[in-house]
Design a protein around this ligand. Structure first.
Ligand SMILES: Cc1cc2nc3c(=O)[nH]c(=O)nc-3n(C[C@H](O)[C@H](O)[C@H](O)COP(=O)(O)OP(=O)(O)OC[C@H]3O[C@@H](n4cnc5c(N)ncnc54)[C@H](O)[C@@H]3O)c2cc1C
Length: 389
């Protein structure tokens, strides 16, 4: 295969890689995306895909990065339209009971923080809740934090859209093309990447390999230390997607309910529900057998039935789709994004909440690469905050 030259090469065709490539291409850069398998085959297609800053209030910089992600989707929607992007401006209801004093106090504090950050949210009582979600069963002391600007995303559709824009802007998307070895000069300047399609030349390579980032960095650089020292956990999560519940639209908003049994669900793009729970995530591992996943999925469906009496529960299990996804979870919980010390021109983006954050981090990384300066908003998330990097 003949030599191909690019301004930047992105390793990983998930939401983070394709969105970063899109923002670079928008800046007039000739980019290549190198995807080992097919676009969005990794965590990006196994995600709850709730776009929000609502659940991130503990750290202001991280909240603002997530809020920036949400704002970036709204800007893209103005340009391309929600349907083309796979965006649903659903809003979120985080439901609590006043009698659950610990969760209620936490939710009130969350509302106070969001107001302090200027994030759009309001408190609603049980009467409003029942009007907003007429199919759901709420106890009389239910209340909710309503985050009206939150969205949910058909993430695989969005990834395909970003990739199509990259191509339209003159970039190249290689699928079925694994990245193997980084090429660098004696001075440590990245010069290219050896792939299944031969050598691709560039002075900038961005690794956006999701939960496989540590392993990919080890392979590309030949430095085994990345596999053990890169500060990223892999955290599994199980989601169940139901078939369409037509003719009824059972829920309208993303629902995060701490009312027992704890559940989160969203209106899926096929007219069904996408369902998960932090508690059931604690019951699965990356090695869980299909039988075990089946059992945990049944638990999830029964939980939904307690909130949504008309829902068939585990009776519809055979018609549902189960997905076990692996979260790329940085050890301090916050995104890892920026240059990797040791090789000039090597960058990484590894993050949880990558659905929310992809357009924020992609645009910031494009700015870093095109100007050579680290944008202020990115500074708290670069790798030099981690000891040993
Ligand atoms: C259960 C669950 C629920 C979640 N819920 C949310 C949510 O509600 N909101 C939110 O914002 N985030 C959520 N997340 C997190 C979010 O989905 C991830 O942060 C995001 O999908 C990561 O995207 P990515 O592009 O970095 O990784 P991926 O989508 O995994 O993409 C990485 C790509 O790299 C490719 N690759 C790997 N090695 C190579 C190689 N050597 N050469 C070429 N290509 C390679 C892979 O094939 C893969 O396609 C959730 C995750 C899970 C698992």
């Amino acid at each position: 295969m003949s030599e191909l030259r690019f301004d930047a090469i992105v390793v990983g065709g998930g939401i983070v890689g394709c969105t970063a490539a899109y923002f670079l291409a928008r800046e007039g850069r000739k980019v290549a995306v190198v995807e080992r398998d097919t676009l969005a085959c990794g965590t990006s297609s196994k995600s709850f895909a709730w776009i929000n800053g609502t659940s991130k209030t503990a750290d202001e910089n991280y909240h603002r990065l997530n809020a920036r992600g949400l704002a970036a989707y709204c800007e893209l929607a103005v340009e391309y339209g929600e349907d083309a992007l796979g965006l649903n401006p659903s809003g979120t209801l985080s439901v609590v009971q006043t009698s659950d004093t610990a969760n209620y106090a936490a939710a009130r504090e969350q509302a106070r923080q969001l107001a302090a950050f200027g994030y759009p949210a309001a408190w609603v009582d049980v009467h409003a809740l029942r009007r907003m979600e007429p199919h759901l069963n709420f106890p009389d002391d239910a209340e909710a934090l309503f985050a009206m600007a939150d969205h949910c995303l058909d993430a695989p559709k969005f990834v395909q859209f970003m990739a199509a824009q990259v191509r339209a802007l003159g970039g190249t998307v290689f699928e079925g093309c694994a990245a193997h070895t980084l090429e660098a000069s004696d001075e440590g300047q990245v010069t290219g990447l050896m792939t299944d399609n031969g050598s691709l030349k560039s002075h900038s390579v961005i690794v956006a390999a999701g939960p496989g980032t540590a392993e990919v960095l080890s392979t590309l650089t030949g430095y085994d230390g990345f596999a053990t020292r890169f500060p990223l956990h892999q955290v599994p999560g199980l989601l169940v997607s139901t078939p369409s519940l037509s003719p009824h639209r059972r829920i309208r908003h993303v629902i995060y309910s701490s009312i027992s049994p704890e559940i989160h669900m969203l209106p899926d793009f096929n007219g069904g529900l996408k369902i998960g729970s932090d508690e059931t995530d604690g019951m699965v591992t990356a090695e869980s057998s299909p039988d075990h996943l089946h059992n945990v999925a049944s638990i999830l469906l029964e939980r939904v039935k307690e909130h949504l009496p008309e829902f068939p529960g585990q009776a519809c299990l055979d018609e549902c789709t189960m997905t076990l996804g692996i979260r790329p979870y940085p050890k301090d919980g916050h995104s890892l994004a920026g240059p990797l010390p040791g090789a000039t021109g090597l960058y990484v983006i590894a993050t949880h909440s990558g659905i929310t954050l992809a357009p924020a981090l992609g645009a910031l990384m494009a700015e870093l690469i095109t100007t050579g300066r680290t944008p202020e908003m990115l500074k708290p998330f670069t790798l030099d905050r981690i000891e040993g990097f």
